[in-house]
Design a protein around this ligand. Sequence first.
Ligand code: NAP
Length: 410
Amino acid sequence: MPEGQKIRVNGDGSLHVPDNPIIPYIEGDGIGPDIWKATQNVIDSAVSKFFKGSKSISWKQILAGEKAQKEVETPLPEETVKSIREYRVAIKGPLTTPVGGGIRSLNVALRHALDLYACVRPVEYFDGVPSPMKHPEKLNIVIFRENSEDVYAGIEWQAKSHDAIKLIGFLNDNLDCKLSEDAAIGIKPMTEAASKRLMRMALKHAIEKKAKSVTIVHKGNIMKFTEGAFKTWCYELACDEFGTKTVTEDDLWKNYGGKQPQGCIVIRDRIADAMFQQLLLRPDEYDVLVTPNLNGDYLSDAAAAQVGGLGIAPGGNIGDGIAVFEATHGTAPKYAGLDKVNPSSLLLSGCMMLEYIGWGGVSDLIKKSIRETIRQKKVTYDLERMMPGATLLKCSEFGKAIVSNMSSRA
Ligand code: NAP
């Protein structure tokens, strides 16, 4: 048992974080151990430097994936889920999804078990990172993607299966559908409660960060009762719970001549396909996006590509008073154990975690140092191959370079 204390949740939902919080981590499979080692070293050094030794993190290893399968013969032990629930905040490397065995994905299983209903993906540019865009620095957004419903509910039936035929029969006989008997069928559930809690989290973030707008991204022009309802519910939540702090885009033009009232966030919506164009053509007009599951899945990766790809894109899965931060890429098995890959995705997820527990200064220190290291063109293979004149570093060396570039304060 590591020394340290548990993070607790106060009555108002905020976190009480002790000076020496216990934070569980899942090392991950494939390249997981390499990127975790580098990440832990950077976070520990930054915490020590920023707080001058008065605070530290007590890391507690918990098992999932191949390591868990080997040691306790199950890829997602109940003990792991229990630990995260108990300690509130955790960080994880990528996990191999076991083939067969009834588990679709360990990540999805974790999100469901802990009700981590928002997948939060900040997308910002680090100067010098190779990008396909002329002005990648113009994109600086946070995407809040619904994590529990929509296609992630995973309710579907194989074409021509007994259950698919039964369901098609029911739909055709009772609900006036005209489905072909050999269709594959999927269900897309979306609820008011889940849509509203996501919008609430996004709006709280927008208010805290003094964002200018929150954009609801949906495909409600086609899927009126699911995606269209998502849009309506998000607007309702903004009006009912944040009415004094928000103004809709329509109202902005009707009542304020298009001029944003001081301290008010503009709530607007965009159709998902148009949103992809907007992020390419007018990226600096957006800051917080709220989206159902599938739109958000595509949009997060596309946006990450604009600023240099998934290798440096962080992510967090967040519920009420509970959060798991994770690298957004997979286990890249061909590089496992080679001390080669870029640890930035996990490290920046660690930065999100530090901000979540109120240690934003430490996160700033790490990010500043990552920027400096990339500016010096000291990078891992993935960036080095696209940066003329760069110095190739191993995963661990990149971590050490970040540590040595840390100044005493952010
Ligand atoms: P992947 O592991 O993300 O790797 C695909 C490619 O992305 C790598 O070959 C490498 O490209 C690049 N890459 C990934 N991580 C990198 C890093 N840290 N630094 C530099 N480059 C990096 O995707 P995959 O091969 O499709 O998936 C492998 C396994 O991961 C599967 O079992 C999948 O289920 C799992 N997975 C897990 C998660 C998760 O746990 N969150 C997410 C996605 C996939 P180059 O070879 O071109 O350099």
